[in-house]
Design a binder for this molecule. Sequence first.
Ligand code: HEM
Length: 444
Amino acid sequence: AAATGLNLDDIQGDILVGMKKNKQLFYFFSIADPADFKGKLAADILPLITTTNQLLSVSTQPITLVNIAFSQTGLTALNATESLGDSFFAGGQFQDLPNLGDPGSTNWVPEFTGTGIHGVLLFASDTDDNINNSVASLESALGDSINKVYSLAAAARPAPNVGHEHFGFLDGISNPAINGFTANPMPGQSNLSAGTILLGETGDSATRPAWAKDGSFLVFRQLKQLVPEFDKFLTDNAIVQDGLTPQQGSDLLGARMVGRWKSGAPVDLAPLFDDPVLGADPTRNNDFTFQHPDAVLSTNQTRCPFSAHIRKTRPRADLSTPEVTFGHIMRAGIPYGPEVSADEAASNTTSTERGLAFVSYQSSISGGFRFLQQTWADSANFVHSGVGVDPIIGALAGAPRVISGLDPTNAAKTVTLTTDFVVSRGGEYFFSPSLSAIASKLSV
Ligand code: HEM
């Protein structure tokens, strides 16, 4: 990536680049003493914040990366009361729960059920010790100005699964290229104006206070994944097709639910068997549109089901050519929780929580995360009537999910999922401000 036009010393590093460390801690806090906290925000937190420029070069990366973001109630506590122009941010995620497909708040982490979280500190490093040292020293500097409300420790999976989420699929492949920032977009990457992700930049037409420029809305979701249950489902429902062993049929089903093989190879380009060389090649692994000269786009799911997670969340040519510029997010999530134990695998039952600490950045929550979740993933009729919800993240408040297109030999055949393999444990909507906004607005 190279800088042209954006002030990369002012934009927090996680937004456009992602911290991409093996360990990350999400530290959720409330502000106990706003006046005291403001002073410490300027003196103790601001100097620690890792900028985009710092992240771009390993030589300038600190040992522990730090970013910060605030909820609406946090901004209000700091007397930053102007509307940021996003009603969902203003209401907070708990208020939005009924619109996200979550079956009530029974599975939510109690600390997320309300508006008591004022902010989140993101720490990332190569080791837990580095993070723990940073947290301890910041906690002692902040003293009683904040209270810790909740935290979630996340970590890349161990080799050979580094970079793979807990179901086993390589993640972090397809993020948008940003005009004026991404020097060499990869084939098939979407190209977006900076204003799709950053407030106040080209392409963001909403009315914002001047200090909100170069900030971004951070959506956090703690998404528990039922891995042994998912694996059992794949075994029990393996696709039966000439030339496939039961294991290959079960791998194919998983790949069709995601739209990619575990290696990252897209099923649109590798429809029957995994192709790890393709999966590992960034010049080819995102270079597809779902359109093929030998098939009619609106009926073609021989290669990739319409309901596949990556086709639901980025329909590419299904919606338009060139691709639409709305409904895009910058993802920066990381897995949390341990590997599946032998007991869990043998019993096909999760006993220790694991999942994805989902993070997305966007300049509009309604046009970003929320749109992808509600209007695309949770709709059985997107992109075509009756295709079913996204089998990975689509949720219908706990109701069974009927999905078609998973069997390449019979697109009309439906599968009914009675288990949600991804269970929302809630989260919050945050705003990740520019460093100058922290210096000139939030800490004064
Ligand atoms: C892509 C898994 C939650 C939006 C992917 C990929 C995987 C994956 C394996 C393919 C790799 C890549 O392109 O980077 C998961 C899992 C989730 C989850 C296991 C939950 C535990 C979400 C949520 C959203 C989302 C909540 C948004 C509402 C996307 C998008 C892409 C993607 C936009 C890229 C699509 C593309 O550009 O082709 N996800 N995801 N994901 N996911 Fe998810």
